[in-house]
Design a protein around this ligand. Structure first.
Ligand SMILES: *[C@@H]1O[C@H](CO)[C@@H](O)[C@H](O)[C@H]1NC(C)=O
Ligand SMILES: *[C@@H]1O[C@H](CO)[C@@H](O)[C@H](O)[C@H]1NC(C)=O
Ligand SMILES: *[C@@H]1O[C@H](CO)[C@@H](O)[C@H](O)[C@H]1NC(C)=O
Length: 374
C-alpha cells in the first residue's frame, strides 16, 4: 500500500517533470520600458526558474540580425534556463539593423540614442524583476559587440562585465551621423595609441570615477569584415582604462580554451581571446562568458582552464556554419566560383571577396559598405 502510494507519487512527479521540461518560457516584447528616443525595441527572456534577485545578461545582435535571431542563434537563453538569469535582447530600429555606434549622441552617456535606450531597458528590468543591479552583463556579436564596447564606456556603472565578439573600440565607428559605417575602422586602419583610445572611452562619460565592467575581448585572425587589428585596438583602449599596458599582458595562454585560441590575460579586468583562422563567423563561447560574468566559476585564469575542452566546439552560433567557414578560410577560392559562409561579408563598397553565399544563406544588403550572408 505504502509502496503503491510512493510509486504513483513518483509517477506523478515524473510526468510533472516531463511537462516542465517541455514547457519553456518564451521571448516577449516589452513596449513600455521608459524613454526610448532612438526607437530601439526591447525583447526579454525570463526563464521559468528565475533566480531570486536574478542577474541580467544584455545580448545584442549583429547587423541584419533581430532579437529573435540572436535569441535562437546564441546560447544565452539556454544558459538562462540553467542559471536563472534574465536575458534582454534589444533590437535595432534601423533598416539593415546595425546599431548606432557612430553618432555623438550614442557615444555619450545619456545622449538619448541607442545606447541610452538599451540602458533604459536595463533600468526597467531591474525594477520590474528585482534583479541584481550589481550583476548586469552585456555581450554582443559584430555590430552588437561594437555596442557592447560603447555601453561599457557610456554606462560603466551599469555593467559588471562585458564579452565582446568581433567588435571595435568604443568610438572607432564614429562618423558623426546616426547609424553610420566607418570603413576606416572596420578595415583596421583606425590605429591609435593606448592613451588616445583611453581618452576616447573616458570622454563618453566625463567626470565618471566609479566602477567599470571587466572586459573580455574575443576576435578572429581571419576576420575580413571587422579586421583583426580591432582586437589590438580594443585591448589598447581597455588596458589604458584599467591601468594595464597593452604591450605587456601578465599571461599569454596559448591553446586556451582550445587549440586555435590564445588568451591574453592583462589582469582581473581585461582578457583578450584571439582565434587563429577564425573568421567573422566567430563562435560564442557561452560557458566562458558565464565564468567571466561570475555566474559560474571565478577568476579569468580558472575560467581559462575550466572551459578548455567543451566550450568552443560545443557552443557555436551554428555548428555547421562554423565548420564550413573554417573550410572556406583555409581554401583559396576557385576563380569565379566561391561562396561566403554565414555571417561573412558578401558585398559593399570596396569589398573584393566572394559575393555568393554558402547554401542556404543569402547575401543581404545592410548598407552601402556592407552586405552579409544570412
Ligand atoms: C520604442 O520605439 C519602438 C519603435 O518605435 C516602439 O516599438 C516601442 O514601443 C518604443 N518603446 C517605448 C518604451 O517607447
Ligand atoms: C572613421 O573614424 C576615423 C577616426 O578613427 C575618422 O578619422 C574618420 O573620419 C571616420 N570615418 C568617417 C566616414 O567618418
Ligand atoms: C594583434 O594581436 C595579435 C594577437 O596578440 C598579434 O598576433 C598581432 O601581431 C597583433 N597585431 C599587431 C599589428 O600588433
Amino acid at each position: 500500500m505504502r509502496l503503491q502510494t510512493l510509486v504513483s507519487g513518483l509517477l506523478a512527479l515524473a510526468s510533472f517533470a516531463a511537462a516542465g521540461m517541455v514547457k519553456r518560457a518564451a521571448l516577449a516584447q516589452v513596449t513600455n520600458f521608459g524613454p526610448n528616443t532612438s526607437g530601439a525595441k526591447m525583447f526579454i527572456y525570463v526563464p521559468d526558474k528565475l533566480a531570486a534577485n536574478p542577474p541580467i545578461v544584455v545580448a545584442i545582435h549583429y547587423c541584419s540580425g533581430t532579437a529573435q535571431a540572436y535569441y535562437s542563434g546564441s546560447p544565452y537563453a539556454r544558459l538562462a534556463d540553467m542559471h536563472g538569469f534574465i536575458v534582454i535582447y534589444p533590437e535595432s530600429p534601423y533598416s539593415g539593423t546595425c546599431w548606432d555606434v557612430s553618432s555623438t549622441a550614442s557615444l555619450t552617456h545619456d545622449g538619448g540614442a541607442n545606447s541610452n535606450s538599451i540602458a533604459n531597458m536595463v533600468t526597467w528590468t531591474i525594477a520590474q524583476y528585482k534583479a541584481d543591479s550589481s550583476r548586469v552583463f552585456v555581450t554582443g556579436t559584430s555590430s552588437g559587440a561594437m555596442m557592447t564596447n560603447v555601453l561599457a564606456a557610456t554606462y560603466p556603472g551599469m555593467f559588471a562585465a562585458a564579452s565582446v565578439y568581433a567588435g571595435v573600440p568604443a568610438g572607432c565607428f564614429y562618423t558623426g551621423t546616426v547609424n553610420g559605417w566607418n570603413s576606416s575602422c572596420a578595415t583596421g586602419a583606425s590605429i591609435h595609441t593606448q592613451a588616445e583610445w583611453t581618452s576616447t572611452a573616458l570622454r563618453m562619460y566625463p567626470g565618471y570615477t566609479g566602477p567599470r565592467p571587466k572586459m573580455l575581448i574575443n576576435h578572429g585572425s581571419a576576420d575580413t569584415t571587422i579586421y583583426p587589428q580591432n582586437f589590438n585596438e580594443t585591448l589598447k583602449q581597455w588596458a589604458g582604462v584599467f591601468g594595464y599596458t597593452y604591450g605587456s599582458p601578465q599571461q599569454t595562454l596559448a591553446g586556451n580554451p582550445s587549440a586555435v585560441w590564445t588568451k591574453y590575460v592583462y589582469g582581473p579586468n581585461l582578457v583578450g581571446v584571439y582565434g587563429t583562422g577564425i573568421t567573422h563567423n566567430i563562435p560564442i563561447n557561452g560557458d566562458q562568458d558565464m565564468a567571466w560574468f561570475g555566474i559560474t566559476g571565478s577568476s579569468p585564469t580558472s575560467t581559462a582552464v575550466t572551459t578548455a575542452t567543451s566550450a568552443i566546439t560545443a557552443t557555436t552560433l551554428v555548428t555547421s556554419a562554423q565548420t564550413s567557414t573554417s573550410a572556406a578560410a583555409t581554401t583559396t577560392p576557385a576563380p569565379g566560383g566561391c561562396s561566403a559562409a554565414r555571417w561573412a561579408q558578401c558585398g559593399g563598397n570596396g569589398y573584393a571577396g566572394c559575393t555568393a553565399c554558402a547554401s542556404p544563406w543569402t547575401c543581404k544588403y545592410s548598407n552601402d559598405w556592407y552586405s552579409q550572408c544570412l
